[in-house]
Design a protein around this ligand. Structure first.
Ligand SMILES: [Cu+2]
Length: 298
């Protein structure tokens, strides 16, 4: 009996310890809009919100109305001495009306939400910023086009430790692409993302963007694009349980001004060019000597 109690205590204490130690890895704490959806910062998200709010207020109003009527009649026709029960067959006309109105509303909602869905998934604008986003156990890698403005081709069969973006080596467009561990986006500009997974199913989920899309291994998900309305810092957190480290599969998102983005991009492109240069010409004197020696030998 006491043994059991001790065991339970140990179990509780260790659970508490794990929770305290892991608290650092918990997702960002929401500080505003605690009783509503988080702040919305995309054009498409605003339209999703207006549909959600419409449904919320409509069902809320119907709920209050039906409850008021229900309570009114409950009190009005309560059991009282001398009053006799009265049997009513109902009213066909009324039933027809209260069936037809919700049916019409539901059909309207289906048509509207389908149209909204297809609009949100329409062709991305030609001037959109293209970003390859790759999920893996347990993190995210982003790839941006280099100076040529083109993302190199991907063959999902090529994912490896050396080729973490599965780039097709024959495609020259991929040579200058640069990678990032944070998602940096210019505000107001359409962003077209290409979603990939290196291992299992992950999910790209940004509540403030009202965006949720699974990343499926072996596939390129190319139909997601969005346009932000505000600068700020957000968090990309995988929302598909993908293994033991799922809780910590996060990446920072920075929505910045166009100038800030251009500066960041130029820096990344320059760093990539310098990296390519140093890889082509070894600067280490020992390596240079070895290379020269190698060249002299027949
Ligand atoms: Cu994941």
């Amino acid at each position: 009996m006491t043994m059991n109690k001790t065991l339970t205590k140990i179990l509780w204490l260790s659970t508490l310890l794990v929770a305290v130690c892991a608290s650092d890895a918990f997702a960002g704490v929401r500080e505003s809009n605690l009783y509503w959806a988080p702040e919305c910062v995309t054009v498409g998200g605003e339209r999703v919100d207006s549909l959600l709010n419409f449904i919320f207020y409509l069902t809320g109003a119907v709920f209050i109305l039906t409850q008021v009527v229900y309570i009114y009649y409950l009190v009005k026709y309560r059991k009282r001495p001398g009053s006799k029960a009265y049997y009513s067959h109902g009213n066909n006309k009324l039933e027809l009306i209260w069936t037809a109105i919700p049916t019409a509303i539901f059909i309207g909602l289906v048509i509207y939400s389908n149209r909204l869905w297809s609009e949100l998934h329409s062709e991305p604008p030609a001037d959109s910023v293209k970003i390859d986003i790759v999920g893996y156990q347990f993190g995210w890698d982003m790839r941006y086009p280099g100076a040529d403005g083109k993302l190199g081709k991907v063959d999902t069969k090529l994912y490896s430790t050396e080729n973490k973006f599965a780039l097709v080596p024959e495609d020259p467009a991929g040579a200058d692409d640069f990678s990032s561990t944070e998602l940096v986006i210019p505000v107001g500009k359409p962003v077209h993302i290409y979603l990939h997974s290196r291992d299992v199913i992950h999910s790209f989920y940004v509540p403030e963007f009202r965006l949720y899309q699974a990343a499926v291994p072996g596939r390129t998900i190319a139909w997601v694009w969005f346009q932000t309305t505000k600068t700020g810092n957000f968090q990309l957190a995988c929302s598909q349980i993908c293994g033991s480290g799922h809780y910590n599969m996060k990446a920072p998102i920075r929505v910045v001004t166009q100038e800030e983005f251009d500066k960041w991009q130029a820096g990344k492109i320059a760093a990539k060019a310098a990296e390519a240069k140093s890889a082509a010409v070894p600067s280490d004197p020992v390596l240079v000597a070895q290379r020269n020696q190698g060249e002299q030998q027949p």
